[in-house]
Design a protein around this ligand. Structure first.
Ligand SMILES: Nc1ncnc2c1ncn2[C@@H]1O[C@H](COP(=O)(O)OP(=O)(O)O)[C@@H](O)[C@H]1O
Ligand SMILES: [Mg+2]
Length: 365
């Protein structure tokens, strides 16, 4: 897909903007706090109805305004579509390409966002890797986010009950229905994560060997807090989950929290069968992140039939010359890219078809 037109009204610092971006590479340059990331955020918001930066959605409305509006005309397949999101101080109205409400996610490929935070993904906490799985890959599978939300609701209620039992204010029998629900929903989440990683893993391996040098073999696997013994069948996961909850009963009561489940799981990345997190050089870790993000793009295409747009926020300045070139080479002629940089040296990365745009005080030049 590619975006033909973007119209903004009262989005963060943008009072009004009407812009026709380049179909290939758009390099957005300019000093700090001029509106570069805000523009990427607006694109993401217009297509998905969510911000990739904040949960406090209303902060995107321009200070002093009562609403903001994002309109994006994009070409997907042979069709020219329009996505509109209108957010007022009272609530949100969203229109998808078919005029339907709140149906955007089903039809628009989720943009692939890449920020310096992603570069910390390997070194960082398991929570960071779960966030990547849940927010960037999960939406590719229908039902994933619904199921995950339900899981977290049940988890919170189960934790509350564990704490009550600890102070002798509840019984073990009361826990049974919660165990069943937790295991059922948890198994579904785990099973879907397996499916996502099974799609992603071979693509990542292929890309890693292309950009990281052929002699290194990259791997990706799911590390569950539940001893799954290599099964990914939903029914079996439910059984093992429930069995483990019974085994951990005393410990969970002591700690007052649920100790196993998708909320404790992780992803393991390896190079030549060694954990990249523990043994990889910084360079290998960065190449791994690049490979994961590019694999995400390919898997996005597989699920939606069309490449998503790519939003690169400030990543060029964090990458060395070599990886920067590999990233641009990979993306060139493949999909539309919006990249921000405050470094003049990165401006020449656009290639012949691309365009350099200067952003100053939320205006484009
Ligand atoms: N709701 C808002 N209304 C008006 N201006 C905003 C709002 N939210 C953020 N800003 C402005 O946007 C600036 C940050 O813009 P940003 O795009 O993140 O900068 P950069 O160009 O460095 O990426 C802030 O300094 C602030 O002035
Ligand atoms: Mg920025």
């Amino acid at each position: 897909m590619y975006i033909e037109q973007i119209r903004l009204e009262n989005f963060r610092g943008y009072t009004r903007l009407h812009w026709q971006p380049d179909p290939s590479m758009n390099m957005l340059t300019g000093g700090n706090a001029q509106g570069k990331t805000n523009l990427l955020e607006a694109i993401f918001y217009g297509l998905t109805g969510h911000s990739f930066r904040t949960y406090r959605e209303r902060e995107i409305i321009r200070w002093g305004s009562t609403f903001c509006r994002v309109e994006i005309k994009y070409l997907s397949g042979q069709h020219l579509n329009t996505a509109v999101v209108l957010l007022t101080s009272e609530g949100k109205k969203q229109k998808g390409p078919d005029g339907g409400r709140n149906r955007l996610m089903d039809t628009v490929p989720l943009p692939v966002v890449f920020t310096p935070d992603h570069l910390l993904m390997i070194k960082g906490s398991p929570a960071m890797r779960r966030r990547w799985l849940d927010q960037e890959l999960g939406p590719l599978l229908p039902g994933y986010q619904f199921c995950l939300r339900r899981y977290h609701q049940v988890l919170a209620q189960r934790n509350a009950l564990l704490q009550k039992i600890r102070v002798k204010n509840g019984s073990r029998q009361e826990l049974d229905p919660w165990n069943q629900q937790l295991a059922t929903l948890g198994a579904r989440v785990i099973n879907m994560r397996y499916r996502l990683l099974a799609e992603l893993s071979p693509v990542m391996r292929e890309i890693y060997s292309r950009i990281g040098g052929g002699h290194e073999k990259a791997g990706l696997s799911y590390l569950s807090s539940i001893p799954l013994e290599r099964t990914s069948a939903e029914g079996e996961i439910v059984d093992i989950f429930i069995r483990e909850l019974a085994r951990l009963f005393d410990e969970e009561i002591n700690r007052g929290q649920t100790l196993i489940g998708p909320h404790r799981d992780d992803i393991l990345t390896t190079i030549n069968d060694r954990d990249v997190r523990r043994f990889g050089s910084q360079g290998q870790q960065r190449t791994m992140v690049l490979a994961l993000k590019l694999a995400q793009l390919e898997v996005g295409k597989r699920f939606f039939g069309d490449y998503p747009v790519v939003l690169l926020d400030d990543v060029f300045s964090e990458l060395d010359q070599n990886r920067r070139a590999q990233l641009v080479d990979y993306l060139r002629d493949k999909t539309q890219v919006f990249a921000t940089t405050s470094q003049p040296a990165c401006r020449d990365m656009t290639g012949p078809a691309g365009r350099v745009i200067i952003i100053r005080e939320h205006a484009l030049y």
